[in-house]
Design a protein around this ligand. Structure first.
Ligand SMILES: O=C(O)CCC(=O)C(=O)O
Ligand SMILES: [Fe+2]
Length: 259
């Protein structure tokens, strides 16, 4: 784990300006993931968990996915999201991998809440992200005795970044849709040295989302698992094929919510 040695008040988010992109990138290349310890303070995590509990109380135990800058603006993670140090770090990571600046400075924030039987459907869905760099922030992870944690499973850096949008879309269809069930098999996970990353709330997990096939494991319908993802650097952002791939993804999410 990479340490951030700063003397800060207990409820402060640690500044990203102190983080070395080089050290993160090395760990992401070599092990699949780089972990920054204790970035989010417990008090902030507690506030986020309270709002999730309220949401579940009002709307029932199901899957919730919040996308885009709007929900983030009103969340207590806004400070991290708008931290210029975070953006600088993401830009450096992107440039290291792609050898060119990112097409934009957009960071896509996503909050996922898995609970109830719908949560199971949103588990073990192996995919490549459309973004070069992904950061995972666990907010609430089940930790009871014999309770499945919903760890992150990844095949680290299974492919290179895809520079062509159309190649990327075709590959995603084959790997995610046609071969989807294959990646769930324990034998395949063993053969291909899949890595199971147990998640600790407050830590930040960096990985090459576009290169590493990954999914979250399932948790019990009675548990609550909440993660926030920060995705950065879509090399195909300006491609005409992009709209098509986004529409397919939204249709899939709508279908999963309906069934
Ligand atoms: O929630 C997780 O652990 C992973 C989710 C993910 O990979 C994604 O939303 O792209
Ligand atoms: Fe992902």
């Amino acid at each position: 784990m990479i340490a951030l040695n700063h003397e800060l008040p207990d409820d402060a988010i640690k500044p990203m300006s102190a983080v070395s992109a080089q050290a993160l990138a090395r760990s992401m290349d070599e092990t699949g993931v780089a972990v920054l310890g204790d970035v989010l303070p417990q008090a902030l995590l507690a506030r986020l968990r309270n709002s999730i509990a309220e949401l579940i109380e009002q709307q029932g135990a199901r899957y919730f996915g919040f996308y885009g800058a709007q929900w983030m603006a009103s969340s207590c993670l806004a400070e991290l999201y708008h931290d210029p140090g975070l953006l600088a770090l993401l830009r450096q990571l992107y440039e290291r991998k792609m050898g060119a600046p990112p097409p934009s400075d957009r960071i896509l924030p996503v909050m996922r809440v898995l609970t109830g039987t719908q949560g199971i459907r949103h588990s073990n869905n192996f995919h490549y992200d459309s973004y070069v760099v992904s950061i995972l922030l666990p907010v609430q992870i089940p930790h009871g005795l014999h309770e499945p944690e919903g760890s992150l499973v990844m095949f680290p850096n299974l492919r290179e970044v895809r520079r062509s949008a159309i190649v990327n879309i075709v590959e995603k269809v084959v790997v995610e849709k046609l071969l989807g069930p294959v990646w769930r098999l324990p034998l395949v996970q063993r053969w291909l040295s899949a890595r199971v990353v147990s998640l600790t709330p407050g830590d930040l997990y960096f990985f090459w989302g576009m290169r590493s096939l990954h999914a979250n494991q399932a948790c019990a319908p009675s548990s609550v698992r909440c993660t926030v993802l920060l995705h950065f650097g879509d090399p195909h952002e300006n491609s005409v094929f992009k709209g098509l791939s986004q529409r397919l993804h939204s249709m899939r999410l709508r279908r999963m919510a309906r069934d």
